[in-house]
Write a protein that binds this ligand. Structure first.
Ligand SMILES: Nc1ncnc2c1ncn2[C@@H]1O[C@H](COP(=O)(O)OP(=O)(O)OP(=O)(O)O)[C@@H](O)[C@H]1O
Length: 305
């Protein structure tokens, strides 16, 4: 896997003023429940994300993490419960949620493979442009001005995620780690207040994972709140201000990384949670964990590309 040596540029994707961690609530989910027929995938979940926070969502396979993300971002209409962004109730419609200021990436990368990196980011920007269909067809001066501004902003965001030199590369030819960063750039192009990242390091090597961690810190420092789903415990405990552990659709534990990491219920949930305990949190007596109690190797459950 190729890793770019480019040093990411420092322009901010959003507000130039870093938010104060633990400031006002940005996202509030209350009593979110999602049932598929007889299966309750998410049950009465509350989550608050404050300005300047990085919140982690962990849990064994099938715990309901992605379903919860889908409820937050309007892909699913929750069976019960409500989601507000900056105090406004979000309709369960993906485009409305993006326009309101929430962006996301997906567990399985969803880029336009035959478009360049720059074009992929420009697509993300179109929810903030005003050109109507007729303006686009006529390609008048207003359209051209907006197109130029969109292109410039997309390039700025590629620079920000460290892909400035890959603007003209076709997305499908880019290394896997770069594709994940490109997805983040496209999400940032929508000018979100909050970004949800679904397994941003899946399939990454350790160096790419460190770069991803640095990038998420820079996104937070630019004024965005961040929610991350990850199976890599070292990554999540080093990154997050707060962590929620979901088990069978319910919040089992919420706390600081230290509190969650050492909670016996979390350890039990992972160990008793199924055959695959690769994503179990570290145990004190586990020789594969470091002195900090965090695993020495990343533990991912998604197949490597
Ligand atoms: N569209 C759907 N229809 C029916 N059941 C679903 C659907 N989506 C998810 N589920 C079920 O809901 C439960 C939660 O799945 P979900 O993918 O949200 O878990 P997860 O915590 O994200 O898992 P992983 O870590 O493996 O990605 C699982 O039992 C899953 O099979």
């Amino acid at each position: 896997m190729t890793v770019t040596d480019e040093t990411p540029a420092q322009p901010t994707p959003g507000s130039p003023t870093p938010a104060v961690p633990g400031g006002a609530p940005v996202l509030e989910a209350r009593g979110v429940t999602m049932r598929f027929g007889g299966l309750t995938a998410v049950k009465d979940v509350d989550m608050t994300v404050n300005e300047g926070e990085i919140v982690g969502l962990i849990g064994p396979n099938g715990a309901g993490k992605t379903t919860f993300f889908n409820c937050l971002t309007g892909l699913y209409k929750p069976t019960e419960g409500q989601v507000t962004l900056n105090g406004e109730v979000l309709p369960p419609k993906p485009r409305a949620v993006v326009v309101a200021g929430m962006a996301r990436t997906f567990q399985n990368i969803r880029l336009f493979g035959n478009m360049t990196a720059l074009e992929n980011v420009m697509v993300g920007r179109y929810c903030r442009t005003s050109s109507m269909a007729l303006t686009s067809i006529l390609r008048g001066p207003k359209f051209r001005r907006e197109e130029e501004a969109t292109r410039a902003r997309a390039q700025e965001l590629l620079d920000f995620v460290g892909l400035g030199g890959s603007a003209e590369h076709l997305a499908r030819n880019m290394p896997y780690g770069d594709q994940r960063r490109l997805e983040i750039a496209r999400a940032l192009a929508t000018d979100p207040k909050l970004i949800l990242l679904d397994e941003p390091t899946a399939g990454m090597n350790p160096q790419e994972t460190r770069q991803a961690s640095d990038l998420i810190f820079r996104i937070r420092d630019s004024g965005l709140a961040v929610v991350v789903i990850e199976h890599d415990m070292r990554f999540i405990f080093n990154l997050c201000d707060r962590v929620l552990c979901l088990v069978r659709g319910e919040v089992l534990v919420e706390g600081t990384p230290g509190e969650v990491q050492s909670d016996p219920r979390v350890i039990e949930a992972y160990i008793g949670g199924g055959d695959d305990d690769d994503d179990a949190p570290p145990r004190d007596d586990d020789p594969t964990t470091g002195a900090d109690g965090i695993p020495n190797a990343p533990m991912t459950t998604e197949e490597q590309p």
